[in-house]
Design a protein around this ligand. Structure first.
Ligand code: SF4
Ligand code: SF4
Length: 365
């Protein structure tokens, strides 16, 4: 068990993390900054002190890890926030009402977006056909219901490139929301059901278009269950491997775009050059945000914050969109695509946000 207090005590108060924190930038409030959260975590985890303002500061952190990227002491603030949420739940003070509603929806309907289970596969561009494979394409809730392009074009592109995979007719949810709310024990039960199902089906590899599912299966599952016996890949990794030997199968579509590195693929995994290469093979002229790659600003929707702190998510996304140098922004994350598209439309910011697989599909000859 990691000693979070020992980590917090390592802080040398250099303030490197303060200027990169999206919630501190958006609000100017110290309690919504990395140092503010570390102080609150110390009070909660070491002294068992908790007040409403602390609860808000733990639940409105998108766990973007921008602070960790720059911290000279290697302090894992996003994990300390997760441990604090878990303690809040243990003390009976969390999760928050919107989280409870979403968790109830996951347990009742098998998805986190209140979707009709009978319409789960409505996104599919062709009728579902049962097929056996050791590789599972797991679309995820957001792609299946709200960001259908990310499911559709990932599915079509994988098929066109000859990737063999199966799908589940009644896929269900990865359970990331349950974990993110701090309900780790509930998440454990849910994760176990999914892993047992995968085992019974002989699944050895997951391909995911959703970064929420990706992080959950790759990191939360082994953290909570001890280990997993399947490989977890983001669709961008699979498509890059398929395309790198044959980029000339892509038709050059002349367009200027900005690529946004999602926190989970860019900062956490270091997968920053592969998507840019793919976009260039597609003929795109790739422009950059002033802060990019490992330093890219969060879109403001991660860590389960958007359903509770919508205005904060909007402000963070608006700042990012205003810094985007082109009309088109390309994302490898359905959460970012959703929040940035919503913000661009609501704020009339004149930006289009496209999920990366759609660009690839449009370029395939
Ligand atoms: S994880 Fe992101 S939002 Fe949370 S404290 Fe760190 S920089 Fe701020
Ligand atoms: S960057 Fe790390 S050491 Fe510096 S103030 Fe932030 S948490 Fe403390």
């Amino acid at each position: 068990m990691i000693n979070w207090i020992e980590q917090i005590n390592r802080c040398i108060e250099c303030d490197e993390c303060m200027g990169v924190c999206p919630t501190y930038r958006a609000t100017g409030e110290y309690r919504f900054s990395p140092r503010g959260r570390l102080e609150s975590a110390k009070r909660l985890l070491a002294e068992d002190i908790l007040d409403e303002s602390m609860i808000e500061s733990f639940y409105n952190c998108p766990k973007c890890m921008a602070c960790e990227q720059v911290c000279p002491e290697g302090i894992e603030t996003s994990k300390i926030v997760a441990a604090s949420r878990n303690r809040i739940v243990e003390k009976g003070r969390g999760p928050l009402e919107p989280h409870k509603k979403i968790i109830a929806g996951i347990l009742e309907k098998g998805n986190s977006v209140n979707g009709d289970p009978s319409k789960r596969l409505d996104w599919m561009p062709e009728p579902f056909k049962p097929h056996e494979s050791e590789t599972l394409f797991y679309a995820g809730c957001l792609p299946s219901y709200l960001v259908k392009d990310s499911a559709v074009y990932s599915y079509l592109t994988l098929k066109r490139l000859g990737v063999d995979f199966m799908m589940l007719e009644d896929e269900g949810c990865c359970g990331t929301y349950i974990y993110e709310s701090g309900e780790v024990e509930k998440a454990k039960d849910y994760f176990l059901k999914n892993t047992e199902r995968f085992k019974a089906l002989g699944i050895k590899k997951l391909i995911l278009p959703c970064n929420g599912c990706f992080k959950c299966f790759k990191y939360f599952y082994p953290e909570v269950l001890g280990s997993i016996d399947f490989e977890v890949l983001h669709v961008v990794e699979v498509l890059y491997d398929r395309l790198k030997g044959q980029p000339d199968i892509l038709r050059k579509v002349d367009r200027e775009i900005t690529y946004h590195d999602s926190c989970r693929l860019g900062r956490a995994e270091g997968i920053t050059e592969e998507p840019r290469e793919i976009l260039e093979w597609c003929g795109a002229s790739v422009k950059e945000l002033p802060e990019n790659r490992g330093n890219t600003p969060c879109c403001g929707s991660g860590g389960g914050i958007r359903s509770v702190f919508k205005d904060l998510s909007f402000d963070i996304a608006k700042d990012l969109l205003n810094k985007t140098p082109t009309e088109e922004l390309v994302s490898p994350c359905p959460f970012c695509t959703f929040n940035l598209s919503y913000t661009a439309k609501k704020g009339a910011l004149g930006k289009n946000v496209t999920y990366i697989s759609k660009i690839i599909w449009e370029s395939l000859k």
